[in-house]
Design a protein around this ligand. Sequence first.
Ligand SMILES: NC(=O)c1ccc[n+]([C@@H]2O[C@H](COP(=O)([O-])OP(=O)(O)OC[C@H]3O[C@@H](n4cnc5c(N)ncnc54)[C@H](OP(=O)(O)O)[C@@H]3O)[C@@H](O)[C@H]2O)c1
Length: 252
Amino acid sequence: MSCKIDYAAPADLLRDRVILVTGAGDGIGRAAALAFAAHGATVILLGRTIDKLERVYDEIEATGGPQPAIFPLNFEGATLKDYHDMTETLDKEFGRLDGILHNAGMLGRITPFEQYNPELWSQVMQVNINGPIWMTQALLPLLKASDDASLIFTSSSVGRRGRAYWGAYAVSKFATEGFMEVLAEELEHLGTIRVNTLNPGATRTKMRATAYPGEDADTLRTPEEIMPTYLWLMGPDSRGHNGERFDAQPPR
Ligand SMILES: NC(=O)c1ccc[n+]([C@@H]2O[C@H](COP(=O)([O-])OP(=O)(O)OC[C@H]3O[C@@H](n4cnc5c(N)ncnc54)[C@H](OP(=O)(O)O)[C@@H]3O)[C@@H](O)[C@H]2O)c1
């Protein structure tokens, strides 16, 4: 596992690339969408809260980035048909995808497994892993149309080593790591699509504040501060890395 926190991305790193960011309205996804656009990417902003996506859209426009697109989608209720309709729409509009940052996620509850609610468990698995998997399957033709595509799945420390009380969240992140390895090996022969996981590490967002309510958020890196590894992994400098696990910041 390695981390590229000191990576200095060239200004045009992602010029002419079309990149989908899930959960782009808030937290790390918002920062990634802004960073990708600032480095030249046309960003497709996917999320469930339209006004948040519109604010990110406006910020990108105001800073002179390439015109983004908004794609409202809630992983909780989305169906295979939604993912295929999405592929059709993006195909008509862009003809290809040069990257996906799978970032949307939910925490569920931090609670002893004995008390874990099965409905909440299914909901977390749906949003954090099942939805993203089927969306990826539908979008594969668009990724294959790119000559250098990067698929990034967001992991977590608890997806690499289990921790008491983290329940479905930890299990969904272990599944994310496993799925990354399966897909990376299947696509290896193409030589044009790389698949990796990225653990942001403790980052100052709403999800982190919910998980650690007593923590002083000022001791945490902001989403903007962890962007170098995101840029490196999305851009051409990480070409050749496939099936690997990365960290966006050194361990605290
Ligand atoms: N922050 C950390 O310390 C940390 C550490 C390890 C891993 N992570 C991972 O990093 C990623 C981003 O987390 P974050 O800290 O930035 O959390 P966040 O601020 O809570 O943002 C999560 C994003 O996911 C979206 N989302 C949630 N449920 C969704 C659904 N059903 N359909 C579509 N979008 C949905 C949210 O949309 P709304 O804003 O509309 O709710 C939001 O944009 C997650 O995968 C998380 O597991 C974070």
